[in-house]
Design a protein around this ligand. Structure first.
Ligand code: ING
Length: 309
């Protein structure tokens, strides 16, 4: 009996600044229904899937910023998505802006992703650790990237959950560019890594790399998959969103690093593949058999905290 999951990468096109959550959720339910009809067990949605990518604008009115955050999950707006998943019997993951009051009474804000089982139970939660961009308004940029201003660094580590018959890890967008992310998940025996992203075609600090964004997107996810022997599902919020072109390229990647399914457009679109979780063994028992070949005693620098690390 193989542990094969039919997984759908559920890419979403642009979400307008004034698009209500109910509209984004309706689009997600439509994608989920089509995925279930095509046999999917798991549907993966993008980062910050409920609203437009608001870190592209400088805001200093906290109430205006907080309008993009969820204070409960499921919330009134997302309850229909949880209900649809339960009705269809599918698991799903998606990203959203999370706002909470902690035990000390402090307000916390994170760029968050959750994995929800077919029964509607939240099986895993991750808060984005690698926050790209900058803190202050930088008017020279065609658009801002203020994740460091609007979110705190995640405080849940890199979680791997027993879910859907396998070991499932979560990360978000910029995390995929850092090899440590995939290695942290693989060292906890991840077999499947789910991530969403909002990635502009234009990268203001290095516009000479704009034509490389799609290449870098797949490069880092394919490397992460192969070097750790995990399946990787990367899902875009894509298209021209409030004048900012976001790349697509949502895909499902095998533990060999091969892309086995990919979205072709920049709108709401599914890419579906049968993912045999046991195929991780081909890599994790051989070329990247950590106990046999990895040399952590030589890697001390990797976790040293120095001014230039
Ligand atoms: N977006 C981008 C990402 O890491 C970025 C930020 C774009 C970094 C291009 C470097 C180059 O895909 C988010 N949301 O992290």
């Amino acid at each position: 009996m193989t542990r094969t999951l039919v997984i759908a990468a559920a890419q979403m096109g642009p979400i307008a600044r004034d698009e209500p959550r109910s509209s984004a959720v309706a689009r997600m339910i439509a994608l989920m229904g089509e995925a279930a009809a095509r046999g999917a067990h798991l549907v993966v949605f993008p980062e910050l899937a409920l609203t437009t990518f608001f870190p592209r604008w400088f805001m200093d009115n906290q109430a205006e910023i907080d309008a993009y955050f969820e204070t409960h999950m499921p919330s009134e707006a997302t309850q229909p998505l949880f209900d649809a998943a339960r009705r269809l019997g599918v698991g799903f993951s998606f990203g959203y802006a999370e706002k909470l009051m902690d035990a000390e009474g402090r307000t916390r804000r994170f760029n968050t992703s959750i994995l929800v089982g077919p029964d509607g139970a939240v099986l895993s939660k991750y808060r984005k650790i690698h926050l790209p961009g900058h803190w202050d308004e930088e008017p020279w940029r065609a658009f801002q990237h203020l994740e460091k201003r609007y979110f705190e660094r995640g405080d849940l580590g890199f979680p791997v959950a027993d879910a859907l018959g396998g070991r499932v890890g979560l990360c978000i967008c910029n995390d995929r560019r850092w090899p440590e992310t995939f290695r942290m998940l693989a060292l906890q025996r991840a077999e499947l890594v789910l991530l969403g992203y909002n990635t502009p075609q234009h990268y203001p600090p290095a516009p000479e790399h704009d034509h490389l964004q799609d290449f870098h997107n797949h490069l880092v996810m394919q490397a992460g998959a192969y070097q750790n022997g995990t399946w990787v599902v990367g899902v875009a919020k894509a298209g021209r969103e409030e004048g900012c072109d976001l790349i697509g390229g949502s895909c499902i990647i095998a533990p060999t690093g091969e892309i086995v399914a990919q979205c072709a457009g920049l709108g709401d679109e599914l890419a579906i593949a049968e993912c045999d979780l046991d195929r991780c063994r081909e890599i994790q028992d051989n070329i990247f058999n950590f106990p046999a070949h990895r040399q952590p005693g030589e890697y001390g620098l990797l976790t040293e905290i120095t001014p230039d690390s």
